[in-house]
Structure formats: structure tokens, C-alpha cells
Design a protein around this ligand. Structure first.
Ligand code: UT7
Length: 350
């Protein structure tokens, strides 16, 4: 369990927090947007598909329904809708965006990138656009790339989108998985100056856990064939219990390390926006860090787990609710397939 320094005085805590105002941010989030399809797949609906119950799902995960994209939509439509809103929220012209990154594990297709399709749909002609495949930590990795690009001066306004059509990759015969995931997208415009300064970023991965969550079919290891189709190898499979334990351990550790790097403790956080995999995972992380539940965002009851979209969707929810006030500290913490993790600490600009 992560340790925190209980001997610290109030004065040293206040001084550490005050010093953050002078800290040069890595980049800043200037605008946020999200898109959630209206159609819902409820636990009751799932009762008709697999041997499960509303009560089991709600108790074990906190999820009651999840969103499903329209039949004629694909991942790039979700991404473009969220991206459009983030650009409007940032108050800049779309022609000012000079890099587009889409984090997704449910791309429109294996090739070309979904980002190139989103670029066309948003009319961002000519700018570099690429996908990153980091599952639930994809948005955090995207923010890191954006920070590096902005800090180096290579780019000025980077649109980072997490977008997933998870329901297209669900095996609705596997009750251990299909109850968890939903569709959606969240987006951020990152610039040098914005509303939420990124003060710290750290990402990691442990490839020895690469088979903990996977879509095994359709890649070079198991190219699509009648056999892969018959064995339903093109859908998400996961070892839920293992993911659960690793997620609690790593998300807690990442947060402790991130806050320590700023001379602070996890309890100095005003908000924690964790990846929305399971309410029980989130509650366990909050407890380990000593954070009161009202500071730890649980946003999955009507959305499920939207993988790379979950963190920007939840952050955008706080932003839209005007819940964030100057000087507040927010941790974004992800963990998922890979196993890959991410942690960013933001400060609301004064
Ligand atoms: O974003 C990263 C990806 N996220 C995840 O991978 C999620 C992480 N894991 C989890 O959220 C949880 O592990 C689950 C929700 C997937 C499962 O909850 P659990 O408390 O770890 O249950 P379990 O897998 O240990 O299964 C307990 C029992 C089993 O029955 P037996 O063997 O005890 O008879 C399962 O067969 O619950 C059964 N079960 C279900 N029962 C009703 C599994 N899924 C269901 C279901 N409805 N949907």
C-alpha cells in the first residue's frame, strides 16, 4: 500500500502548493469536449442476452447502463463530434490546430489510422494525424505527446481525442466482459496557455501482462479466418480479477509518485479523475490514497467503461459542471490493456 508522509506540517504543505503557481507547465488544456451516444444498453437489456442480473452488475461494477453508437456511426464519428466541441470550447479557429492524435483500440479499421479519417471529418486538412493504441491509458499518453510537442515548439495547438466504439468488439455471449464496456469520446485542445495546466506526466507499461486484456484475432498473430470468427477471437477478452488487482495497485502507486514529484501528497488533491473501469476499483484506489469519496470521480453508472474515452469524458463532465476552481489540483490516472498506465497532475489556472 502506498505510504504518505503524515509528519508534514500544514505550513510546508501550504508552501508546496503555493509554489506550484510559479511552476512552468508542460502544456495546458485550453478546451474540452465530449460526445456520448443517446442510445442506452441497460443491465435489464443484458439480462435478455446473457446469464446475468441488474443486481449483480450494479453491485460488482457500479454500472447500470452503457451507451451504444448509432448503427451508421463509426469511431471517427464519435471522435469528430467530441473534437468539434473541444475546438469550440477552446475558442480558437480550427485552422489553428496543427496536430491531431486519436487514442483508440476500436479504430474504424486497421489501416489507415482513424485520426486521418477524423482529420477529414473535422476539415483539418494537411496537419499530421495519427492514432495511438494504449487502451485505457491512451488519453494520458496523448497528453504526454502533446506536452512534448508543445514544449519543444514543434506544435502549438494539439487536439487529443480518446474515442471508442467498444460495443462493436463485445462478445454478447461472454457475461464477464460484455457488461462492462460502452461507447463514447472525449477530447482536449492542448496549447501553451489554457485553463488546466499539466504540471506532471508519467506513463508506463508492463508488457509481461500483455495478455491480460486483448482482442486476439485480426492481427498478424491470428489473421482473420473462418476459425477465428467461429472462436469469436475478434472480441475483447479479459482476465477481470487480475486486472482488478493490478489496477488498484498501479493507479494508487502512480498517484503517490506523481504527487511526490510535486512535493505533495495524494490527500492534497482536490479531484481524482480515474479511468472508469469499475466503481469498486475506483473506491479502493480512493481509500488507499486517503481521499474522501466526494473528491474521487465515479462517472460510469450510465456510461460503462469507455476505455481511452473514459478519462476525458469524466474530466469534461467536471469542466461542464463548472466544478473546477482556480488553484485546484486534479489527478488523471489510467490503467488497462498492455498493461499500460498513465498519470497526469493538472492545476486549474488562476
Ligand atoms: O479498463 C480495464 C478493463 N477493465 C477490466 O478488466 C475490469 C476489471 N475487472 C472487473 O471489473 C471485475 O473483475 C469483473 C466485474 C469483471 C468481475 O467481478 P469479480 O468480482 O472479479 O467477479 P469474478 O470474475 O471473480 O466472478 C465471480 C463470479 C463467478 O462465478 P463463480 O465462479 O463464483 O460461480 C463468475 O462466473 O461471478 C460470475 N460472473 C457473473 N455473474 C453474473 C461473472 N460475470 C458475471 C455476470 N453476471 N455478468
Amino acid at each position: 500500500m502506498p505510504q504518505t508522509d503524515r509528519s508534514r506540517t500544514d505550513a510546508s504543505q501550504k508552501s508546496a502548493i503555493a509554489q506550484l503557481a510559479d511552476r512552468e507547465p508542460l502544456c495546458s488544456i485550453r478546451g474540452l469536449g465530449r460526445h456520448l451516444p443517446e442510445r442506452q444498453l441497460t443491465n435489464k437489456d443484458l439480462e435478455k442476452l446473457v446469464d446475468t442480473s441488474d443486481e449483480w452488475i450494479a453491485q460488482r461494477t457500479g454500472i447500470r447502463s452503457r451507451r451504444v453508437l448509432p448503427d451508421d456511426w463509426i469511431t471517427s464519428d464519435l471522435a469528430a463530434a467530441a473534437g468539434e466541441r473541444a475546438i469550440a470550447d477552446a475558442g480558437i479557429d480550427r485552422s489553428d490546430i496543427d496536430l491531431l492524435i486519436v487514442a483508440t483500440v476500436t479504430p474504424d479499421h486497421l489501416c489507415p489510422s482513424t485520426a486521418c479519417v477524423v482529420q477529414r471529418k473535422l476539415g483539418l486538412t494537411g496537419i499530421p494525424a495519427f492514432d495511438i493504441s494504449v487502451a485505457c491509458s491512451g488519453f494520458g499518453y496523448g497528453l504526454s505527446i502533446a506536452a512534448g510537442m508543445i514544449k519543444s515548439g514543434l506544435h502549438r495547438n494539439v487536439l487529443v481525442i480518446g474515442a471508442e466504439a467498444m460495443t462493436r468488439f463485445m462478445n454478447y455471449e461472454d457475461r464477464g466482459v460484455c457488461i462492462l464496456f460502452g461507447d463514447g469520446a472525449g477530447a482536449a485542445v492542448c496549447s501553451k496557455d489554457g485553463r488546466y495546466d499539466v504540471l506532471y506526466t508519467d506513463n508506463g507499461a508492463d508488457g509481461s501482462m500483455a495478455d491480460m486484456i486483448e482482442i486476439p484475432g485480426g492481427g498478424s498473430r491470428e489473421p482473420a479466418s473462418p476459425e477465428t470468427l467461429e472462436k469469436r477471437r475478434h472480441f475483447v477478452i479479459l482476465r477481470g480479477r487480475e486486472v482488478f488487482k493490478s489496477a488498484v495497485r498501479q493507479m494508487s502507486l502512480s498517484t503517490v509518485e506523481g504527487m511526490a514529484a510535486l512535493g505533495l501528497e495524494p490527500t492534497d488533491l482536490d479531484w481524482m479523475v480515474p479511468h472508469q473501469a469499475n466503481a469498486r476499483i475506483i473506491e479502493a484506489v480512493g481509500e488507499q490514497l486517503g481521499l474522501p469519496p466526494e473528491r474521487v470521480i465515479v462517472d460510469l453508472e450510465d456510461k460503462g467503461n469507455t476505455t481511452a474515452a473514459s478519462i476525458p469524458i469524466a474530466l469534461c463532465g467536471l469542466h461542464e459542471a463548472s466544478a473546477l476552481t482556480p488553484g485546484q489540483l486534479i489527478a488523471l490516472v489510467g490503467f488497462g490493456a498492455g498493461a499500460a498506465w498513465s498519470c497526469q497532475i493538472l492545476r486549474v489556472r488562476g
